[in-house]
Design a protein around this ligand. Structure first.
Ligand code: PBG
Length: 323
């Protein structure tokens, strides 16, 4: 007995496999997250993220130029300030590191790629939370919205094209949109981290930004157990005028990503976060996994699940492979 239907036919050669691939990577669909540290004369390694650094302004400019040269679609900037306070003053100060870095990057690459900024207070507060605290030490949603509005204006003034709202405060998209529009920043776009989960996979990022957090973010980021809630958050962000939605982390949340991609009217992106990066790097460093194939498979899987673009710390390297 011989089968008449043979799916293996299309898998028999690299040429056939290449022609029938349903998902492809393209450099333009990759966004490189980058850290820039105030006051450092040169880039500093991040122990838990081998190959990723806290940039100086100079090394940042060079790395962004490299990313643009490789064809990477965009960069997402995170600031690491020298001093912090309760309300994250450095985030709204035009001379704060993130705003200074944004101006430097825009001056360096202009429109060659999409310059994006993380809009959240956690890197700038001395308690490490994504918002300001009330008298009882709880994250105060509506007081935080006021800070986000100011932060949005500072970032738009600095030249950020797309603001990455990662704080998970209720109503943050509408608040920022209204603030931007009220001063004429009509073209500054909003990337809403819609379904952002309280994930252990952000662990290495805490070192990357010298996070001051003790405790966790479970009163504002979502419970990893919740799929329907991810869709609800995405719908709320669409209603508030988000230009792009995001699901984060990526690999453990491909079901949520697929759901959001199926319902969204706007592009849906996913963030392959620090822990996802470090796990593959660590396994590869031990010889337990093929590094390049693991990187490619992980990012292709995120695209296959529905991400139009992927934030990944390997963006420039992958773009180089794709040439
Ligand atoms: C918040 C923010 C975080 C990450 C991106 N934006 C940290 C957090 O929510 O705890 C994590 C990214 C990563 O782990 O790579 N500003």
């Amino acid at each position: 007995m011989h089968p008449t239907i043979r799916p293996r036919r299309l898998r028999q050669s690299p040429a056939l496999r290449r022609m029938t691939a349903e998902t492809r990577l393209h450099a333009a669909d990759l966004v490189l997250p980058m850290f820039v540290r105030e006051g450092t004369p040169e880039a500093l390694p991040i122990q838990s993220m081998p190959g990723v650094v806290q940039h100086s302004l100079d090394s940042l400019r060079r790395a962004v130029a490299d990313a643009a040269e490789a064809g990477v679609g965009g960069v997402m900037l995170f600031g690491v300030p020298e001093t912090r306070d309760a309300i994250g003053t450095g985030a709204t100060d035009p001379d704060g590191i993130l705003n200074v870095a944004t101006r430097a990057v825009v001056a360096e690459v202009g429109d060659a790629l999409v310059v994006q900024t993380d809009l959240c207070l956690d890197e700038f507060t001395d308690h490490g939370h994504c918002g300001v605290l009330d008298v009882n030490g709880r994250v105060d949603n509506d007081a935080t919205l006021e800070r986000y509005r100011d932060m949005a204006l500072a970032q738009a003034d600095a030249g950020s094209v797309l603001l990455g709202l990662s704080g998970m405060m209720d109503g943050q998209v509408a608040a920022v949109r209204q603030a931007l529009d009220s001063v004429g920043h009509l073209d500054t776009a909003v990337l809403a981290y819609s379904a952002k989960y309280a994930s252990v996979f952000y662990g290495p990022f805490r070192e990357a930004v010298d996070s001051q957090l003790s405790g966790d973010r479970r009163t504002y980021q979502q419970d990893p157990a919740n799929r329907r809630e991810g869709l609800y958050e995405a719908r709320l962000d669409l209603e508030q005028g988000a230009d792009v939605l995001m699901v984060k982390p990526a690999m453990s949340y491909l079901d949520v990503l697929s759901d959001v991609a199926a319902m969204s009217d706007v592009p849906v992106w996913a963030y392959q976060v620090s822990g996802e990066y470090s796990m593959i790097e660590a396994a590869a460093a031990n010889g337990w996994i093929d590094r390049r194939r693991a990187i490619e498979e992980s990012v292709v899987s995120i695209r296959r699940a529905g991400a139009d673009a992927v934030l990944t710390y390997w963006a420039t390297e992958i773009a180089g492979w794709l040439r």
